[in-house]
Design a protein around this ligand. Sequence first.
Ligand SMILES: Cc1cc2nc3c(=O)[nH]c(=O)nc-3n(C[C@H](O)[C@H](O)[C@H](O)COP(=O)(O)O)c2cc1C
Length: 277
Amino acid sequence: MANLMRLIETRKSVRTYSGEPLTPADREKIGEFIKDVPNPFGIPVTFSLLDPAAHKLSSPVLSGEPLYVAARVKKGPMADAAFGYSFERLVLFAWSLGIGTVWIGGTMKRADFENALGLAPDEMMPCMSPLGYPARRRSVKEVMMRKGVRADDRKPWAELFFENDPQTPLAKPADPAAAAALEMVRLAPSAVNKQPWRVIRKDGAWHFYEKKDGDRYESDAVGDLQKVDLGIALCHFVLGLEDGGKTPAVTLADPGVATPADWRYIATVTANIVESL
Ligand SMILES: Cc1cc2nc3c(=O)[nH]c(=O)nc-3n(C[C@H](O)[C@H](O)[C@H](O)COP(=O)(O)O)c2cc1C
């Protein structure tokens, strides 16, 4: 993917679209991409393109969107993170073509999208996104929304990344690939811009945790949007390491570190990272 850091730095949620349909070439590329978007959990995430008019779909925060993409995953352990990982790969691919997206988990007529997908009872659709070209100016509604969630802000490094335990902030890693990949995690999008990811590096492994904000982002039908966020963070970390020439692997290897009560272990990344240069 062309200059991953630049893609991640320049991607912003797009809620105001030009109204133009995707060019046939772009639609073809998206159509090819969504056929198979793997994730490290080996859980299939199945994408569908949905035409707004044909299915009478809408979202109160969007305008001018010519198309939607929605995806389904079978409910189960790690389904939310798998969904987040695969869907974020599509978000970044779309942006590499100049196609805007915004993760939508709440502000939509959910039942209409689920019906359009033909969702089965054992499946869930945590989020959908519009796909289209950004309008030249954001709507007033979108500007207000961005202010409301401080969409341009991100937490500082010291609140997110730790060494051995959740009290000791991580010094910037000597290996530039690891430093860049963590910055990519920091810049990732999240539900209500909560940035619930926390990472502890211990014995050369990178342990990812969800800092839960109560249970308000969770339900059987939608899944846990903050676990979806963790899938997004893992996606950025893994793609970032690969971009830096590493070969990361994602495993479930809870190190049993004592963490605050609202942290939940999600997954571990190991890679051939040089600890000191
Ligand atoms: C899992 C998830 C769910 C989201 N749900 C919504 C939503 O329902 N409505 C909305 O307008 N934005 C939604 N967002 C977009 C976030 O508000 C946005 O990513 C965040 O404020 C950061 O802004 P940015 O994407 O421009 O960097 C969601 C984002 C994620 C990752």
